[in-house]
Design a protein around this ligand. Structure first.
Ligand code: IPE
Ligand code: IPE
Ligand code: MG
Length: 255
């Protein structure tokens, strides 16, 4: 099982994060700084996704998850929202075949019912086409919110277990949108803000957090390497003492 909970077992830690989750922020400011419309930043942002996906595959990362559109982003001006939707459609039309050829499994998670039919069809086809691929799993969170995720999981769990109560974490986990992935080892937010913005609230319980001022369109393979370097410096204790972590490392090294 990949989705074991960090609050119930101590996960194995390796020098390359198995799962990286990213809030791609700063597209608008990247463009504004260049006297360009915000949409130009979003276009550039799609290119940055491509670069980071390739870099993750090269590094041996198993899962990379991108926050593309939050449940709160509908509050943006209508023309920015429709541009983002259009970009999403174009990206799917252009990129899915290439991803498939590279063995990438693509997942799109969130409250997808709010998207128009064309986009929903593209999403279904992309997931179906790449479902059996065994390379990097790329997840795009679209109309996603961490609270939405927890609530949809609770509601489905309760509906499927009528009359039951006193549920455990382990019973809830399979209903979460990213149940197929281990919890993120590394969380990255670009663009200088240091907040979670309703991203993976449940799954980030023990993730290492990395914030950078770099705007998302400028975030490249080198920037990713810096984030992974920072991750390697961390001592992941999962509630234990530093001494226990060192002793465990020594015991593993002896075998
Ligand atoms: C992130 O960049 C992209 C989305 C939220 C879709 P922003 O559009 O939030 O860029 P800033 O934060 O305004 O610079
Ligand atoms: C978070 O960025 C959402 C995505 C990157 C999709 P925002 O730019 O929307 O976050 P806030 O509103 O500044 O917290
Ligand atoms: Mg922003």
């Amino acid at each position: 099982m990949t989705s074991k909970s960090s609050t119930e077992i101590v996960p194995e830690v390796s020098s390359v994060p198995r799962h990286i989750a990213i809030i791609m922020d700063g597209n608008g400011r990247w463009a504004t700084k260049r006297f360009m419309p915000r949409v130009a930043g979003h276009v550039k942002g799609v290119e940055a996704v491509r670069g980071v996906v390739e870099a993750c595959a090269r590094q041996g990362v198993e899962y990379v998850t991108f926050f593309a559109f939050s449940s709160e982003n509908w509050r943006r001006p209508a023309d920015e929202v429709s541009t983002l939707m259009r970009l999403f459609v174009t990206a799917l039309e252009r990129e899915v075949s290439k991803m498939h050829a590279n063995g990438i499994r693509l997942k799109i998670v969130g409250d997808l019912g709010r998207f128009d039919e064309k986009l929903q069809k593209l999403i279904q086809n992309a997931e179906r086409k790449t479902a059996d691929n065994t390379g990097l799993t790329v997840t795009v969170c679209a109309n996603y919110g961490g609270r939405w995720d927890i609530m949809q999981a609770v509601n489905r769990m309760v509906a499927e277990n009528p009359g039951a109560s006193d549920f455990s974490e382990a019973q809830l986990s399979p209903y979460l949108a990213l149940a197929y992935a281990p919890e993120p080892d590394l969380f990255i937010r670009t663009g200088g803000e240091e907040r979670i913005s309703n991203f993976l609230l449940w799954q980030l319980a023990y993730s290492e957090l990395y914030f950078t001022d770099t705007y998302w369109p400028d975030f490249d393979a080198e920037a990713l390497e810096l984030a992974i370097d920072s991750y390697r410096q961390r001592e992941r204790r999962f509630g234990r003492t530093s001494q226990q972590v060192v002793e465990q490392r020594e015991a593993v090294a002896k075998c």
